[in-house]
Ligand binder design. Structure first.
Ligand SMILES: [Zn+2]
Length: 462
């Protein structure tokens, strides 16, 4: 009676029945099975749907080193799969999300229709999704600390208001953002030129339930929206982004309506309980590794691998006996590919105005074979012969013996994306030849009937 969004629990309980000793490990199981997810915004055909087929694999290990080995092998296998699907998938660092593991990577196919934003460095190759990406904070004013001053700022509430009114840059301001984490108010301070990344904040706080506070909650906490700062803050958890450490003499709220403070500095004027990387990375930000400006791009997530650690095995007591006779929780990894989405991404990447151009490795049929004027005995005989030879060579052939016109047949062949098209016609037969054409090329070549099958096989292997 359970519609599963994912199967870590079911698989962990299953493996538990078969796991006794470290000698049983590593263990790797997979399935291709239906998943159900209550997607808020299903879209893009098979890209995001509420019911879909997923290839999900799970590995169990006695130690972290064994997990590393399997993880790397799985990553390589995923690269191979995407290559065979004709997909230029990029491996990017990903957030491990609610499941709470350690390493996690997504495989992303860059695409304008993709709904995932990722960041990549054109110089060193660093790539990560926006939830995860780390970056160097842009520089800001660095000067001797000046005394704090009140400044009257009637009606000025947003960072843009302050920038215009006080003639400062956004980097010179501190923005206050209010969240509710597990039901308790959190006061977040971040430099005015940056935005808070909810996923990073959640991870920094170690909480599962996080949302923006409502206006009523902000007022009830005694905070002055539009003029708030962490200066003098008491009784509310105070968190800040690392960006507050880059720069001096910030403009911040004065905690009374229509006033701000000039020359606010940390730790002199306020000390957050936690300073962490909670800012959203965007295109143009500097790579932490090499300093080059990031590029932001959109993509379709076609695969995801996680190191789960012992989250499920501890909770569900999937343990094994180690060489010393002690019970240990198995260390887990999980590996997923959405099969329908992979197909959609494959077609997105491999098509032209006539239809699909499927790679040989995944095309349902390798070859489209048509005889024109099949009622002519010679044509039928020659086409039958090529069909038989290809079948004998293990080639999957779609044999179109309909009496449709050549135009109709060729359009269908292009639409369905057969990698190779072979045509036997009365005209070609007069020269003892068949016409052979690759779907992705414009021109056909004429090959003798005797050589036709071998020629096709050679094309498929190439
Ligand atoms: Zn870089």
């Amino acid at each position: 009676m359970v519609l599963a969004p994912t199967h870590e629990e079911a698989v962990t309980l299953l493996v538990k029945q078969h796991l006794q000793s470290y000698r049983d490990l590593p263990m790797l199981v997979y399935q291709i099975q239906t998943k159900f997810r209550d997607e808020v915004r299903p879209r893009g055909g098979l890209i995001r749907v509420r019911e879909f087929d997923m290839k999900d694999g799970y590995s169990f290990h006695a130690d972290a080193e064994s997990l590393d080995q399997t993880y790397q092998r799985m990553v390589q296998a995923y690269h191979n799969i995407f290559e065979r699907c004709g997909i230029p998938a990029m491996q990017i660092e990903a957030d491990s999300g609610a499941i709470g593991g350690k390493d996690s990577h997504e495989f992303i196919m860059p695409s304008q229709i993709g709904e995932d934003t990722f960041i990549h460095c054109p110089n060193c190759g660093y790539a990560a999704n926006a939830e995860r990406a780390v970056f160097t904070r842009p520089p800001a004013l660095s000067e001797a600390l000046l005394p704090v001053e009140d400044v009257h700022t009637p009606g000025q509430k947003t960072i843009q208001d302050l920038v215009d009114f006080l003639h400062v840059t956004p980097e010179q301001t501190l923005k206050a953002v209010f969240y509710m984490a597990e039901g308790a108010m959190v006061f977040v301070t971040i430099r005015g030129d940056l935005d808070v990344n909810d996923i990073k904040l959640k991870r920094a706080l170690g909480c599962n339930d996080l949302r923006l506070a409502t206006d009523e909650e902000v007022a009830a906490a005694g905070l002055v929206a539009g003029s708030a700062s962490a200066v003098g803050l008491k009784g509310i958890k105070s968190v800040a982004d690392e960006s507050i450490l880059v720069g001096t003499n910030f403009v911040a709220g004065a905690n009374k309506p229509d006033y701000h403070l000039l020359n606010v500095n940390t730790p002199r004027d306020f000390t957050p309980g936690l300073v962490a990387d909670i800012a959203l990375a965007e295109g143009g930000h500097a790579c932490l590794k090499c300093g080059t400006a990031f590029e932001a791009a959109r993509g379709i997530e076609v695969g995801h691998v996680f190191k789960l650690g012992t989250f499920f095995s501890v909770a569900l007591e999937a343990t094994f006996q180690d060489p010393e006779g002690q019970q240990q929780p198995a260390i887990m990894g999980c590996y997923g590919i959405g099969v329908g989405r992979l197909l959609a991404a494959t077609v997105e990447q491999n098509h032209d105005e006539k239809g699909m151009t499927l790679p040989v490795s995944i095309a349902p049929f390798h070859v489209y074979l048509a005889g024109l004027n099949m009622e002519t005995a010679e044509v039928a005989e020659a086409a039958d012969s090529i069909y038989q030879q290809l079948q004998d060579a293990g080639v999957e052939v779609f044999y179109d013996d309909r009496t449709e016109s050549a135009g109709v047949k060729f359009n269908d062949a292009d639409l369905l994306g057969f990698p190779v098209r072979v045509v036997v016609s009365p005209r070609n037969l007069k020269e003892g030849k068949a016409e052979i054409k690759l779907r992705i090329e414009a021109d056909a070549s004429m090959v003798s009937l005797e050589e036709a099958a071998n020629h096709v096989v050679a094309l498929l292997i190439a």
